[in-house]
Ligand binder design. Structure first.
Ligand SMILES: *Cc1c(COP(=O)(O)O)cnc(C)c1O
Length: 457
């Protein structure tokens, strides 16, 4: 795509109304798929509407990459996939295949994980004020339960146990509504009935994507684990939650976007009001884990205390594991400050590209397929609903040629949170199905099938 962008000749004034290019990093499987002259068309014609495409082999590779960081640091690690990031059944199956746990926050998520082949003992149950039904099932399954307050502990004491419990910590200085204060933790450690409740350690989940605060809080909690052991609690595990970053675009593309971004790049001269996800991440996923384990010799401290480090990555396990494919239903040309640009109507809605719902925008550029050179064309992408604000891309993307209604538009790296967290059958439009793509054993071609997870509710 970048090659054809460079060869296109830009008429004067175009750059003023066009966003800078944000080409996504592209994994080999995606290059192979985009390079195949027929397969995407075949899938699109069979489905007859927009679809998400998942590549679970990549999830297995992502899990292994995190696992290797633990091995190299000689730390006992446990990985729990933060399930809310994508509902597809193939993700849970990939976790089961790779021996990875799943972090669930509802009864339905728990059932979906078990049905996908994950062992009960490999589940982590998080979320506030869990229902009795969820607490009972989690105890029966032998899951680790991250308890958010004393009330949950009291209700767990009444469940036939023992229950395996982590206490969720309110991070110091945080205004989060989740977790327990120091006093609440002290009280829980003193009062917990060690027969029915096995306190296995602490958990937390921080916003942001920084290594240092995660490592620092883990250090504090190692000390607390040692103290709590004197009260007879096993204290085997510290979970540092999710929030491992994903590197969507190059440092240069991200810098140029951030330096230049202004309302004139957007349809209606209206830029999103909220912050953007940091689409370039210098220490993504496993490298961030390595940085955490290296800070203040955290790895050594964990090892000498005999404590396992649990992580709950959602987005980072789905890096490069999926794309979203739309057809184009219509095209109109408009003027912005005297310069023409195109507005496409995709055959789906922005409910399938979640950032719009946070008044932000998903910045990795979609690919216009088939890929051919042409004249650089600033292009916005609208959804097929009647809502003015239903736009997949408000910014004018520098597409390498004008789109036609025979083309497909492919948004890259959408498996983490973009696909299904906000989907609904608004307007009676069908929810895009998920297609599971696999390489054939000789890796020369792909096979595809539909994911079997029940539709989003
Ligand atoms: C959302 C969430 C995660 C996953 O977060 P990512 O940013 O996707 O890694 C993990 N743990 C808890 C408790 C969460 O709420």
């Amino acid at each position: 795509m970048s090659a054809s962008t460079e060869t296109a000749v830009a008429p004067p004034g175009l750059s003023a109304i066009t966003a800078t290019p944000m080409p996504a990093h592209r994994p080999d499987w995606e290059r192979g798929l985009l390079g195949d002259p027929k397969l995407l068309r075949e899938i699109a014609e069979t489905i007859g509407g927009p679809f998400h495409l998942m590549y679970p082999e990549r999830i297995v590779a992502n899990i292994r990459a995190f696992g290797e960081v633990f091995t190299r640091a000689r730390v006992h690690g446990a990985i729990y996939y933060g399930k809310k990031a994508n509902k597809a059944e193939c993700v849970v199956r990939a976790c089961a295949e790779a021996g990875c746990g799943v972090d669930v926050a509802s009864f339905d998520e728990l059932q979906a994980a078990i049905a996908g082949g994950v062992r009960g003992a490999d589940l982590m149950v998080t979320g506030p004020a869990k229902s009795d039904r969820l607490l009972e099932q989690a105890t029966r399954d032998g899951a680790l339960i991250a308890v958010d307050d004393q009330d949950e502990l009291d209700r767990l004491s009444a469940v036939e146990g023992p229950s395996r419990v982590l206490l969720r910590v309110l991070p110091p200085g945080s205004s989060s509504r989740f977790g327990m204060t120091d006093e609440e933790l002290d009280r829980a450690l003193l009062l917990a009935d060690t027969d029915s409740i096995r306190l296995h350690g602490f958990s937390f989940h921080l916003s942001g994507y920084e290594a240092a605060p995660r490592a620092d809080l883990a250090h504090t909690l190692i000390r607390r684990c040692r103290e709590a052991r004197r009260l007879g609690h096993p204290m085997t595990t510290i979970s540092i939650g999710g929030g491992f970053g994903v590197d969507y675009v190059s440092a240069q593309a991200w810098e140029e976007f951030r330096k230049g971004v202004n309302p004139r790049w957007f349809h209606g001269d209206r830029a999103p009001r909220s912050a953007y996800y940091p689409y370039h991440c210098p220490l993504p996923g496993p490298s961030m884990l390595a940085a955490i384990l290296g800070r203040g010799d955290l790895a050594d401290r964990l090892r000498s205390a005999g404590i396992a480090l649990a992580i709950e990555p959602g987005r980072a396990l789905l890096d490069h594991a999926g794309i979203t494919v739309f057809g184009i239903q219509g095209i109109k040309t408009r003027l912005a400050h005297g310069v023409p640009y195109d507005i496409l109507t995709a055959n789906g809605t922005s409910l399938s590209l979640s950032e719009q719902w946070f008044d932000s925008e998903y910045l990795p550029d979609p690919v216009l397929w088939p890929q051919r050179p042409g004249n650089l064309t600033p292009t916005c992408v609208g959804g097929s609903s009647c809502l003015e604000d239903d736009m997949l891309s408000r910014r004018r993307i520098p597409l390498p040629r004008p789109a036609t209604t025979d083309d497909l538009l492919i948004y890259p790296n959408t498996a983490g949170y973009q696909m299904d967290s906000n989907e609904s059958s608004f307007h009676g439009l069908p929810i895009p199905p998920k297609v599971v793509l696999r390489s054939s054993p000789d890796e020369r071609q792909f096979n595809w099938r539909l994911d079997t997870a029940p539709d989003a509710i």
